[in-house]
Write a protein of this length. Sequence first.
Length: 176
Amino acid sequence: MFELICNILLWLGLLYAYFFNVLEAPIPDRVARNPYTLKPDMWPKTIIILLLVCIALNIINIIRKNKNNPEFSLDALLSIRARMCIGIALVVAASFVLEPLGYMVTCVLVLFFYGLLLGQTHVIRLAIFSVIITLVLYVVFSVLLSVNLPRGTIPELRNFSLYVESLVASVKGAIM
């Protein structure tokens, strides 16, 4: 079980490094102008992609090898202490992705995964309530308390946050 958890954490760490460190690495102007040079991000991207594939294959092999092992069941993984550790890891992970993903996406993901962690089996209902609770929390903090929440650094997610802010501002203007 420990090997599986380590492999999953390593895979998630490499995925984070790929999207938020390697893709955002600056490229010098003289390298960017030359069409025949390899860009500085080429080798890190290639190595991380190969590592992600190999670790994913290793995770699949670990699951196949321990398929009939009673100590390797989901119930053993989700004991009370394990749930607490996973909950803490979820909050730590949310603190890392809050700035790049923004408040909206991070809050929806945290609420959704906490619901799964607590045993909610209706995934669609859980997703709907996660979105509703995120919007209510957004209105309370952003509109009523005037707290600036992170919008995200990824352009698509930032544009989505700005769109939601404009909708909330138009509703607020219509009410008042």
